[in-house]
Write a protein that binds this ligand. Sequence first.
Ligand code: ATP
Length: 205
Amino acid sequence: MKEKAEQLGVFGGTFNPVHHGHLILAREAMERLKLDRLLLIPNYRSPLREGEVLAPAADRLAMLRLAVGDEPGLSVSELEVRRAGPSYTVETLEALKSMYPEAELTFLCGADSLNTLDRWVRIERILELARICVLSRPGTEADAAHAALIRRAPGVGNAVQVLSMTRMIDLSATEIRERAAAGQSIRWLVPESVRDYMHAQKLFV
Ligand code: ATP
């Protein structure tokens, strides 16, 4: 009998820095979508956010590693950081497909991505390589943004699945960076290990 294909999730982002929103959603998405494994992949540079000043990739990677620790099923991938340059999701998914030819890939992103997905490079190929699952997020009316995407690009909009999360977590890396820069506490917004790392490396101050 043929074995069931491995369900491999991919969660990309700048993770500048990783926060509890990412982690709580990662776990819920894994459970709801029955993923066997989830790779968190920090990008080197986001093609749609050129000019953005990011903490060094090595630091963003280190913070993700500290946050994930030895959590079963979750791991951190250096794929995009090692490739450097703008991190195109299509290239990452092509690489994962050749590394794990038997796996079925699911790409996760937050609802804000509904506003840009139709502009992602080679989105049609992305949709051949992976199912895209969009996670609801405060600040974006997911149903309205999804309907707008379907109107702009029906092939893309109809192919993506919107997952309404049990917990809407109103937290962003932008807020973490702003709080750190203002000398405000970020305790409990990010894992303690990440907070310690940020302090030790004087990130975002
Ligand atoms: P920034 O504030 O710098 O834009 P961010 O908090 O959105 O950062 P990213 O690293 O860009 O974090 O996020 C990676 C992915 O996780 C993106 O697809 C983003 O939409 C999603 N995401 C981040 N935070 C949340 C959240 N609180 N709820 C739902 N999705 C989220």
